[in-house]
Design a protein. Structure first.
Length: 324
């Protein structure tokens, strides 16, 4: 499996430049804001989204200041949503590091998320990147709708495949799609290239989330830093379980849903994981994830062979083949 440093070799210098610009974008003369911002910066995430913006820009043309503004916009939005998610989930840690709400309490966390989102919007306005605003606000709308739809369906435990795909398209794929579109828009006006990168981002995002949901059943820790069985404990029904439930009788499906509904201890989590494995839920989800991987790579066919194209193909493999 390719490493992130190998994938990013073609934009290594630009990524270092982005890091400096991103740090500067978070600064504030309000002491507590600057304190929280510095804490966020110290957390070394994978930065998949800005990498995606830079690679999408470079496959379509030459990286510009506008590209860096776009990368900052999406990373600020992503960081804001993670902070807000931790408040909603009452999460004390993310990837083993104390969350903002655990250290500074919910009120500071919510307001810090708002601050980061507003900083991203201001960067676009100051740079007159008004086309970015339309793309990013649509992503925020979809992400919010996807999260709320999942909450609604989790309460009733009645999610089907069609709804699941809509949820992950809105919750996860929309932001990766946005990264690719903004990257492409920053360096080209060719609608064919922009549309191809949009399709790439959508398929990559779908494959990413399905793989993440699979790892909840078989990994050591999934891509977004939750422990195995985290979705089960939160009563979230994802693709492996949806498929398994459809393979058994109504009475057995009802029994498993009751196990999911009425407890989150280790024994019941193990029972649901065993049920999913026994009914080929993981194999089915892997097949769907691989289909989306192929679609992502196919979306790049419009572009000539290049180091950037190779990097994007490797990124698909990185996202979909990880086991942690």
């Amino acid at each position: 499996m390719p490493s992130l440093s190998e994938i990013s070799r073609s934009v290594k210098n630009e990524l270092a430049q982005f890091e400096d610009i991103f740090k500067a974008s978070m600064r504030s003369d309000v002491r507590i804001v600057d304190l929280v911002a510095r804490y966020i910066i110290r957390q070394k995430g994978k930065k998949i989204r800005p990498r995606l913006v830079l690679l999408s820009a470079k496959i379509c043309g030459e990286i510009t200041e506008r590209t860096f503004r776009g990368a900052s916009l999406v990373e600020l939005l992503h960081t804001a949503t993670l902070i807000h998610d931790d408040v909603v989930d009452n999460a004390d840690k993310r990837r083993g590091i104390w969350s903002i709400n655990a250290l500074f309490k919910n009120k500071v966390a919510v307001l810090m998320g708002d601050y980061l989102l507003s900083r991203g919007l201001m960067i676009s306005i100051d740079g007159k990147d008004y086309d970015f605003l339309g793309v990013i606000t649509e992503a925020v709308k979809r992400m919010s709708e996807g999260e709320l739809l999942q909450i609604q369906k989790t309460r009733k435990l009645d999610i089907d495949e069609e709804t699941y795909f809509r949820v992950i398209s809105d919750k996860t794929a929309s932001l990766l799609e946005t990264c690719c579109v903004i990257g492409a828009m920053s360096t080209t006006n060719d609608q064919k290239f922009i549309e191809s990168m949009k399709q790439f981002g959508h398929s990559l995002g779908m494959a990413f989330q399905i793989r993440d949901d699979i790892l909840d059943y078989e990994g050591t820790a999934n891509l977004i830093g939750k422990p195995v069985g985290g979705d089960i404990k939160e009563k979230k029904i994802t693709l492996p379980l949806i498929y398994a439930l459809n393979k058994v009788s109504k009475s057995e499906a009802s029994r498993i849903k009751n196990v999911l509904k009425n407890g989150n201890d280790k024994t019941k989590v193990r029972e649901i994981i065993s049920f999913v494995k026994a009914n080929n839920g993981i194999d089915y989800a892997l097949k769907i994830s691989q289909n989306y991987s192929v679609q992502a790579k196919d979306a790049l066919n419009i572009f000539p062979e290049s180091e950037m194209k190779s990097s994007l193909i490797k990124l698909v493999d990185f996202v979909t083949q990880r086991d942690t």
